[in-house]
Design a protein around this ligand. Structure first.
Ligand code: PHE
Length: 341
């Protein structure tokens, strides 16, 4: 066989194959086929020994030149393919800065917490300080010190969550009154937000757990007029400047006299509608003048000081403000509803 013409054939074939390479793998395959360890040209080079000594040098030179040529053609093609690949990725990953961005969803406070903060702010503006008390209370603070008689129905196992050893999940925020008065001398002006617990069967207006805000003002000459004036401001700030209020006599063991505060109906303004059950009024909170027996329990001189207290249900206020008829709506965490409030 004529090595030179065979080499020329390999050169042509390799050059042609290189031109049709579409990927790095193709290039590698061509390299292996012609100049790899068992490649066609490599095998040919091994046959140099068979060439007559006079021609060997020249033939060897020619074969090596072809090998170099194929090598550089391969390198060139490899480069072209790499560049094309890079261009392709760049083109694919281009960012279109004119496309509208994705909306960032920002969290916000739950409506119950929003109202709670709003109410606290109103009282802070009137000179009250916000403090907190524990959710696990002594039965003494929750009932006895608040003048609940031993036979009072809300002490019943069916109304309260007892946790043993004289402790109960507070059924209202009023035990905080006892803690505050035991820890400081009058004047006292505090609001106490917090979670409360009752063994109620959940329905449209009851939950086993809910928020209250307690208010307490004790000084040397606090009167029912102060209570009324304070709550009138609260009602107007939270429900709007046109809001009217009225006291309805009521009973709580720890206040005397006791009352419930009503506001003029937010829907009909007092004319009578479905929301206010035709009465024109909506019940919003319980209140009264601190009972002398409570002052005795905390060690205050009940002849020297007087005070008022009130307690409101935060979810109830939120429901009135947002027009929600079922308290459970506030705990279902339906984002469609929460975002609309
Ligand atoms: N603690 C009462 C309740 O939970 C509300 C209240 C507080 C009433 C303070 C009078 C004074 O219903």
């Amino acid at each position: 066989m004529d090595l030179q013409s065979e080499a020329a054939r390999i050169r042509e074939a390799a050059a042609k194959a290189i031109k049709t390479c579409k990927s790095i793998d193709d290039v590698d395959a061509v390299r292996v086929k012609y100049i790899g360890r068992r490649g066609e040209l490599t095998l040919l080079l091994r046959k140099l020994g068979e060439v007559s000594p006079g021609q060997r040098k020249e033939v060897g030179k020619m074969l090596n030149a072809i090998k170099d040529e194929i090598s550089s053609l391969l390198a060139e093609r490899r480069k072209e393919i790499e560049t094309a690949l890079k261009d392709e990725t760049l083109r694919k990953e281009t960012i279109d800065v004119t496309l509208p961005g994705r909306r960032v969803r920002i969290g916000k406070l739950h409506p119950t917490l929003r109202i709670l903060n709003e109410i606290i702010d109103v009282f802070v503006g009137l000179g009250f300080t916000a403090v907190e008390g524990p959710e696990i209370e002594t039965e003494y603070n929750n009932f006895d010190a608040l003048n609940f008689p031993p036979w009072h129905p809300s002490r019943d196992d069916f109304d309260s969550f007892y946790v043993g050893d004289g402790y109960v999940l507070r059924t209202h925020t009023s035990p905080a009154q006892v803690r505050v008065m035991k820890s400081q001398e009058p004047p006292v002006r505090v609001v106490v937000p917090g979670r409360c617990y009752r063994r109620d069967t959940p329905d449209a207006s009851h939950l086993m757990s809910f928020f209250q805000i307690e208010g307490l003002y004790v000084d040397h000459d606090v009167s029912l007029a102060d209570l009324k004036g304070t709550l009138a401001i609260f009602a107007r700030e939270i429900f709007g400047p046109e809001t009217k209020i009225r006291f309805r006599p009521h009973y709580f063991p720890f206040t005397e006299p006791s009352a419930e505060l009503d506001i003029s109906c937010l829907v009909c303004g007092g004319a009578g509608c479905r929301l206010c059950k035709q009465s024109g009024w909506l019940e919003v909170l319980g209140c009264g003048m601190v009972h002398p027996n409570v002052f005795k329990h905390v060690g205050y001189d009940h002849k020297a000081v007087t005070g008022f207290a009130f307690g409101l249900g935060v979810e109830r206020i939120a429901m009135l403000k947002y027009g929600i008829s079922d308290i459970r709506t506030l705990y279902e965490n339906d984002l469609k509803i929460l975002n609309s409030l």
